[in-house]
Design a binder for this molecule. Structure first.
Ligand code: 5GP
Length: 520
């Protein structure tokens, strides 16, 4: 049923758009009540409004801690129309049909570097959430408005005589999401300051992600799935990307696109990353998107079939043509897509084409990496660690040549995005072989070699990256036998000396990063 709105209470911290909205309500014969600050703003703008303290006959006290917490307000919001009419009449409680509230800016306050605990606590809104929850609970009769982007549709519905049941329910759900997020922010902040809590790792881990998309299924067809995104994230990502064309992203598409795009973001040079089953199967840097793609594809054309392709430069028509003519591709993601490239990809209407230009280049957001285990949640900082050339320590007798050094840092950046144990063979800014996800490092190295051989890529002269240290010399001996000339690895093994000796015996140049990049 449609509920008319005769009286609305407006109490907002963020006053964006509120004067126009209030005026719109007045024009539709809605009587307005407001708290101090909002009241003055409306009055000064010539909008007829009654102050809440006048309505309740009780002043705002304790620096605003108590403004709207009064039976004449809460009774007016919570009264069941029909059922509670008599008691409302008895106590002279006028019905309030709509509440327009946004809360004290708690999250913004605690984000300020100079915010004290006292500042934070003073910014815990009490009356606001109380009205929001009351009005949301009573949505059978009332409308709760917590977001300025709803002002327009409210006025439109009022022109039809009132707010529909569907809208009131939707607004109520939005309101509870709003207060849940608000209380989560408070609990996370305070929970980080208790015994057992620390900055970023509160006592209880409260999360709020918004559903972006339902999926046909999850990793497998018998698993239901949906994609939720962090509403605060502005980083270029599969979550913030715009879909230009193609079927909706599947669960595995999202996971793999994330892996591909996170990897390609790490390069300053023009780069292309092709991912299959969460692992890069080909990565390259080049003079152009096309040359990077050609090189990345050449690493492992077999695996690239049905893969995800990510670029850190806009997709041009030439490159789009090469991809579409050459291979079956699930997703292409790039910071910008030329109109001509869009037309070419359109020849394959299922290919998902994602554009992150709106957020590019963007900043890496700190945030957390979450992993569910049965009955629990593992939370860690995102792996934003990246070594620079200056961090590398040459441990071998032979110093890497300039070309080797470039290939070593390239291979290292790739290795970070390969499931452990990760081994990367690379040469000339191109992956030559990738060994991923093996339980022993030696097997990953063997697989990298086998793949290179199968694709006719010659390993001699390549460099090798390992995501973690070599526990024994056997990995280096195998690399030497394959013709590897330089190695990059974290170092830190008990047998580092034995490993360094193996490199020296083979004339291999070796650098330590001092940083490990397990990825599971
Ligand atoms: P105003 O600027 O109108 O004076 O205050 C608006 C803010 O006060 C809104 O964010 C609203 O949520 C909050 N508010 C409304 N009633 C109360 C109350 O009784 N106590 C507290 N602490 N905040 C309130």
């Amino acid at each position: 049923s449609i509920m008319p709105v005769r009286r609305a209470l407006i109490s907002v911290s963020d006053k964006t758009g509120i004067v126009d909205f209030a005026r719109g309500l007045r024009d539709r014969n809605v009587e307005l009540l407001s708290t101090g600050g909002t009241y003055r703003l409306l009055r000064d703008n010539g909008v007829p409004v009654t102050e809440v303290s006048e309505h309740t006959g009780f002043p705002e006290i304790m620096d605003g801690r108590v403004k709207t917490l009064h039976p004449r307000i809460h009774g007016g919001i919570l009264g069941r129309r029909g059922q509670d009419d008599a008691v409302m009449a008895e106590h002279d409680i006028p019905a309030i049909d709509m509440v327009v509230v946004n809360l004290y800016p708690f999250a913004a306050t605690v984000a300020r570097p100079d915010c004290t605990l006292e500042d934070a606590i003073e910014n815990i809104d009490i009356g606001g959430p109380t009205m929001v929850r009351a009005c949301a609970k009573n949505h059978a009769y009332t409308s709760i408005v917590v977001a300025a982007d709803d002002y327009g549709r409210i006025l439109e519905e009022l022109d039809q005589g009132g707010i529909s049941q569907a809208t009131r329910f939707d607004l109520a759900v939005k309101a509870f999401e709003h207060t849940a997020g608000y209380d989560a922010a408070i609990a996370n902040y305070l929970g980080a300051r208790t015994e057992g809590g620390e900055e970023g790792f509160p006592r209880t881990y409260n999360l709020q992600f918004h559903k972006k998309q339902s999926m046909r299924y999850g990793e497998n067809p018998h698993q239901a799935a949906a994609f939720y995104v962090d509403p605060a994230s502005r980083e270029p990502s599969v979550a913030t990307a715009r879909t230009l064309q193609g079927k909706p992203l599947s669960y595995n598409n999202v996971a793999d696109t994330d892996a591909a795009f996170e990897c390609v973001k790490g390069f300053d040079e023009t780069a292309c990353v092709i991912v299959k089953h969460a692992n890069p199967c080909g990565v390259a840097v080049g003079e152009s998107a096309l040359s990077a793609y050609d090189k990345a594809f050449a690493t492992d054309p077999t695996s690239a079939f049905g893969g995800i392709i990510a670029f850190n430069v806009p997709l041009d028509a030439e490159t789009a043509r090469a991809i579409i003519d050459r291979q079956f591709v699930e997703v292409i993601i790039a910071p910008g897509v030329e109109p001509a490239a869009i037309e070419i990809v359109a020849e394959k209407k299922n290919v998902r084409l994602l554009d992150v230009a709106e957020h590019w280049p963007g900043e890496r957001e700190k945030g957390h990496d979450l992993k569910r285990v049965t009955g629990g949640l593992l939370v860690q900082d995102r792996d934003l660690g990246m070594v620079e050339r200056g961090d590398l320590r040459v441990v071998s007798d032979r110093v890497p040549t300039e070309q080797e050094m470039r290939d070593l840092t390239f291979a290292w950046k790739v290795g970070k995005f390969i499931k452990s144990n990760a081994i990367v063979y690379a040469k000339g800014g191109q992956t030559i072989g990738v060994g991923a996800g093996q339980m022993s490092r030696v097997y990953s190295a063997k697989i990298a070699g086998i793949k290179a051989a199968d694709e006719g890529l010659s390993v001699p002269g390549s460099v090798m990256a390992s995501d973690a240290f070599f526990p024994f010399r056997d990995g280096i001996d195998a690399a030497a036998a394959a013709g590897i000339t330089a190695v990059i690895q974290p170092g830190g093994s008990m047998r580092d000396q034995e490993v360094i000796d193996a490199a020296n015996e083979a004339g291999i140049a070796m650098v330590f990063t001092g940083m490990r990049h397990f990825r599971h």
